[in-house]
Design a protein around this ligand. Structure first.
Ligand code: GDP
Ligand code: MG
Length: 314
C-alpha cells in the first residue's frame, strides 16, 4: 500500500509522514494529494485566530476535548493544525504550553499538527489548504486551524475556513488593540476568552458596540457573529461555542454559502496552480540568462517593468 492508501486506512504514522511531504511540496506529496482529492471535501474547516496570548491554543484544546467527549463512539474525529509561529504545538514550544496540549494526546480521534508559517513552497495558503485536504481525506470531520492574528495568514484563513472564530481577551496592550481592529471583520464567531479575568465586561461591551456598528443594518436573515465568553483554562463556555459552530455550519448549508465557499476555494486553488505552471513554463522558454539580463536593464532603468514584460512575452 502506498502512503495515501495507508492514510485512507487510518494509519497515524502514514498521516504524519504524508503531511510532512505535503508541507515540503515534494513530488510524492503532490501525487498523494491527487489520490486523496476525491476523498476530501467533507470536513468542517474552522479557523481560530486572534492576537498572541489570547488563548487560541487553549481554546482549540478545549474544543477538541469537548467534541470528543460528546456522542460516545460517534464522536467526531478532530484535527488541529497550528499555523501560529508562536504556537505551543510548534518546535519552539514552552514546557507549559506543551503540557496544555497534552489533554488530547493519546486519543486516536484527535490529531495535532503544527506547520512552519514561513518558507512554505506554495505560500502559506497553498500549503495550509493542502494539509487540511490530507486531514479531511483521513476522515477528520472537524479541522481546527490556529493562526496568529496578524498579516497574510488572516486573508488566507478566511478563504480556507468555513467558519472563523476570532478570540479576544481582556487586558491586552495597545499594540494588540491594533491587531484586533483588523481581524474583527473576519469573525463568524467572536469569543472573549479569559472570562475569569477582571475587565471582561468592558471587553464584551466594546465588542458588542463594534458588532452593532458593523451588523446593525445588516439585512434580515444574514449572519451576525455571536459574542461569547469562555474560560479555556476550565472549559467554561466551550459548549456554547460548539453550539454556535453548529449553527454557523447549518446557516452556511441552508443559505448555499457552504457550496459557494467550496467553489471559491477550489477556483482560487486552480488559479494559483495555473499561474505557477504558466510562469514555470514561460521561464523555461525565456531562459534564466535572458531573464537576468532583462532584470539588469530594468534595475538600470534602461527599460520599464512593462517593457520588460512585453519583450519577454514576445
Ligand atoms: N486566566 C486565564 N488564562 C488563560 C485562559 N486561556 C488561556 N490562558 C492562558 O493564557 C496563556 C496563553 O494561552 P495560549 O492558549 O497559548 O494562547 P495563544 O497564543 O492565543 O495560542 C497561557 O498561559 C494560558 O494558560 C483563560 O481562560 N483564563
Ligand atoms: Mg497558540
Amino acid at each position: 500500500m502506498d502512503l495515501a492508501d495507508r492514510v485512507l486506512a487510518g494509519e497515524r504514522l502514514a498521516l504524519a509522514r504524508l503531511l510532512t511531504q505535503v508541507e515540503n511540496d515534494t513530488p510524492a506529496g503532490r501525487q498523494s494529494l491527487e489520490r486523496l482529492f476525491p476523498h476530501a471535501g467533507k470536513a468542517h474547516l474552522v479557523g481560530i485566530t486572534g492576537a498572541p496570548g489570547t488563548g487560541k491554543s487553549s481554546l482549540a484544546n478545549q474544543l477538541a476535548r469537548a467534541l470528543r467527549n460528546r456522542g460516545g463512539a460517534d464522536a467526531p474525529r478532530v484535527a488541529v493544525l497550528a499555523v501560529d509561529p508562536s504556537s505551543p504545538f510548534s518546535g519552539g514550544a514552552l514546557l507549559g504550553d506543551r503540557l496544555r496540549m497534552k489533554d488530547s494526546a493519546g486519543d486516536p480521534g484527535v490529531f495535532i499538527r503544527s506547520m512552519a508559517s514561513r518558507g512554505s513552497v506554495g505560500g502559506l495558503a497553498g500549503t495550509t489548504a493542502a494539509m487540511t485536504q490530507v486531514l479531511d481525506a483521513a476522515g477528520f470531520s472537524i479541522i481546527l486551524i490556529e493562526t496568529v492574528g496578524a498579516g497574510q495568514s488572516e486573508v488566507d484563513i478566511v478563504r480556507l475556513a468555513h467558519s472563523v472564530i476570532v478570540v479576544d481577551a481582556p487586558g491586552l496592550g495597545d499594540d494588540i488593540q491594533a491587531i484586533k481592529a483588523g481581524i474583527l471583520e473576519i469573525a463568524d464567531i467572536l469569543v472573549v476568552n479569559k472570562a475569569d479575568l477582571p475587565g471582561v465586561e468592558n471587553t464584551l461591551r466594546g465588542l458588542d458596540m463594534m458588532l452593532d456598528m458593523a451588523y446593525g443594518h445588516a439585512p434580515e436573515g444574514s449572519w451576525r457573529p455571536p459574542l461569547l465568553r469562555a474560560t479555556s483554562t476550565t472549559g467554561e463556555g466551550i459548549d456554547a461555542i460548539l453550539a454556535a459552530l453548529e449553527d454557523h455550519r447549518m446557516y452556511l448549508r441552508e443559505s448555499g454559502k457552504w457550496a459557494q465557499r467550496e467553489e471559491a476555494r477550489l477556483t482560487a486553488e486552480f488559479d494559483s496552480l495555473l499561474q505557477r505552471q504558466l510562469k514555470a513554463q514561460w521561464l523555461q522558454r525565456v531562459g534564466e540568462q535572458r531573464l537576468s539580463e532583462m532584470m539588469h536593464q530594468l534595475a538600470q532603468r534602461e527599460i520599464s517593468p512593462a517593457q520588460a514584460v512585453e519583450r519577454l512575452l514576445k
